[in-house]
Design a protein around this ligand. Structure first.
Ligand SMILES: Nc1ncnc2c1ncn2[C@@H]1O[C@H](COP(=O)(O)OP(=O)(O)OP(=O)(O)O)[C@@H](O)[C@H]1O
Ligand SMILES: [Mg+2]
Length: 321
């Protein structure tokens, strides 16, 4: 659906996006994750025709964002980082104006506006539709921005940090709304909050320092963090050192770290390519140890994200120094 190829963007001397390629499939929710300054907003602006790339291409259903930008814009709803609003206009007036720009016929506008105000929590519990935009709090401005994006019901939604500035209840509501929109819509949204992306997205794209650092489903990325060979076991029935030594003596095990948890010895085991779990089980059986846990470790995406960000900052420091 969306094909980004070798995308590069320079702001005069600053390389903001450095040769990024990825693909977004129809109906997916894609989280665009990266630390501050990673190049998220820049990439989203290029995808949505707001900024030309320095090199590389972006196509939406085969349409080029540069040469066929009008056709592309019709299919995309874009909510920028800072939603530009006309301070003096009232919410309903503003949405009517935007609906006209979007070529929504005059007689269909009121219903379309009611629908998006309802969806974006602008008409209840309190009716905000008659307020002036300049008087709205940041979170409410964000909601108006989202309402505008949904007005013409575009198949692709690109949301730059949609939950920033929202209160906790609204953050949850926004995530639910994004999930509801999936299927019919393809949604790309950026965030620097990993937990948010992990909970909401089908696919995650991580960028750091303008480069693509990783891409995949949350499960795939988690698997990458852990690697295939980390095992966690919890055993009881002998001194912790003896349990650790026993497991370390098994074939194919390269390192064992142990810790104590309420009389249980917890082992963090680094193994080779062969899964050693059946040997650990066998050992526990012959030694008459109790075994209450034996699984492959799943790494936390948080660690992965921090590691990527850290590596990137080291690279930047080196480049600067
Ligand atoms: N108009 C501009 N002129 C010059 N440099 C810019 C401009 N806009 C962004 N940059 C630089 O490009 C890089 C990427 O910025 P971008 O806004 O895309 O990052 P981001 O991932 O959206 O960050 P954040 O999480 O802070 O929103 C940064 O180094 C930024 O300083
Ligand atoms: Mg940004």
């Amino acid at each position: 659906m969306i094909d980004v190829k070798h995308l590069t963007k320079w702001y005069s001397q600053v390389l903001a996006v450095d040769n990024i390629s990825f693909r977004v499939e129809k109906g997916r929710i894609v989280g665009f994750l990266g630390p501050n300054g990673a190049g998220k907003s820049t990439t989203l602006k290029i995808i949505t025709c707001f900024l030309p790339a320095s090199s590389g291409t972006v196509t939406l259903n085969g349409l080029d964002v540069l040469s066929e930008s009008l056709a592309v814009r019709r299919q995309i709803g874009y909510m920028p980082e800072n939603v530009p609003l006309y301070e003096e206009m009232r919410v309903r007036e503003y949405l009517t104006f935007r609906a006209a720009l979007r070529d929504i016929p005059a007689k269909r506008r009121p219903a379309a506006i009611d629908r998006v105000c309802e969806r974006c929590w602008l008409s209840s519990p309190e009716d905000m539709t008659r307020r002036r935009l300049g008087e709205l709090s940041r979170g409410y401005k964000q909601r108006v921005g989202l309402a505008e994006v949904l007005l013409h019901n575009p198949p692709v939604l690109v949301l730059d940090e949609p939950t920033i500035g929202l209160d906790p209840a609204q953050i949850r509501a926004m995530r639910e709304l994004i999930r509801e929109l999936s299927g019919d819509h393809t949604v790309i949204f950026s965030s620097h909050i990993l937990a948010e992306v992990e909970q909401t997205c089908d696919d995650i794209i991580i960028i750091a320092g303008g480069r693509l650092a990783a891409a995949g489903t949350p499960a795939e990325l988690r698997q990458r963090v852990a690697g295939p060979s980390r095992i966690v076991a919890e055993l009881k029935g002998a001194a912790p050192e003896d349990i650790a030594k026993g497991v370390e003596g098994l074939a194919g095990i390269s390192a064992v770290e142990s810790s104590q948890h309420n009389h249980w010895t917890r082992l963090d085991i680094q193994a080779g390519d062969d899964d050693p779990r059946k040997d650990i089980f066998q050992l526990a059986k012959t030694q008459n140890w109790d075994l209450r846990e034996l699984r492959r470790a799943t790494g936390s995406l948080e660690d992965f994200f921090v590691q990527i960000t850290y590596e990137q900052s080291m690279r930047t420091d080196r480049a600067a120094g």
